[in-house]
Design a protein around this ligand. Sequence first.
Ligand code: DAH
Length: 341
Amino acid sequence: MKEKIESYKQELEELKADTLDAIEAFRIKFLGSKGLVKELYADLKSVANEEKREFGQLINEFRTNAEAKYNELKDSLSASDGGSDPKVDLTRPGTKFPQGARHPISLVRKEIIEIFSRIGFTVSQGPEIEDDWHNFSALNFPPEHPARDMQDTFFVEKGDNEMALRTHTSSVQVRVMENSTPPIRTISPGRVFRNEAISARAHCIFHQVEGLYIDEKVSFADLKQTLLYFAKEMFGDKTEIRLRPSYFPFTEPSAEVDVSCNICGGKGCNVCKYTGYLEILGCGMVDPNVLEAAGIDSKKYSGFAFGMGIERIAMLKYQVKDLRLFFENDVRFLNQFKSAY
Ligand code: DAH
């Protein structure tokens, strides 16, 4: 009996197991319900009574050693896995993180900035909360002009120090003219706010890009050519533009600009309502009153300005029929622009 315990002890000491399976086999052999420890306790029955105590102690000791060895093997295995639980399957694929993408409005704004920066336009910005001077008065809006009305404008403060959320980015052209001397070539992208009912075609917050070019002898032909270049870069080389006479307080003469429909190429379809053209922006020659209000000599300098809605351009470019989609942040919509980087 003694020899038997000794040889088991020997075996226990020499034993090596470095895989989960080997450790489990060791546990079954030594500590399992039909294992060596069990066998020794069974043998104890046939030992003479006066020796039972001594052998009992030896077997207990052997069992304790076997259990310690088992725990030690288990610990060393998980330590070699970088401390992870051996039950963790390191070969399983990890959780995927969905990849983000630029918002379509950001994509179009970026593209507009790139197109104009290639012909020397810089980017300038102004505040979203504006005073009456920069949003209206300096832009030649008469005191009773309907655009100043509560129905269009979100006022932040009424009274002597009237402040409002800007209704257009034309306010930035006033600030640029006040703070610099010609030649001026700049575009001003930004958020604008109007007190309008939200629908598929209108929103109370949207984005505009204002353009301003002031120098000596700037003509309407310069304006037309600049806008033709923009239209071709944005909608494709075959794009044509059409100018219709219009009215804005801050430009004279003024025009609205259409591009040939990028869906049907001008033949007529339901996107352009069978006209062959889509309206994209307003523009004109900066009114001398506006130049003078900003401290620029209107006898020496002339210039043009234009303003477009980024949502409008994005709707035409990506054929989005409902403006509200740009503001809802539904990932099923946004995911479609992933490849448009
Ligand atoms: N500010 C105008 C608007 O919000 C857009 C606009 C039209 C800007 C003509 C201009 C312009 O600079 O010349 O509808």
